[in-house]
Design a protein. Sequence first.
Length: 72
Amino acid sequence: MLFGAPGVGKGTFAKLLVKDLGFVHISTGDEIRKIIKGDVGTNFEKDLIANIKEVVSSGGLINDEVVINILK
């Protein structure tokens, strides 16, 4: 896992790890953007999508429990 503030190079470094070592890259930010666009499976909870849209549109951060469930 790579952790860091926005703009420190997590995505850039992840691309290198994927290319050089065959690691898998999952970006929680990318996944949240997909959810907001509606690019999710039919089993994804509509209430959760609405909650995520509301939090992001207000400038908030998605809580850890929600992010963990997205990754699961």
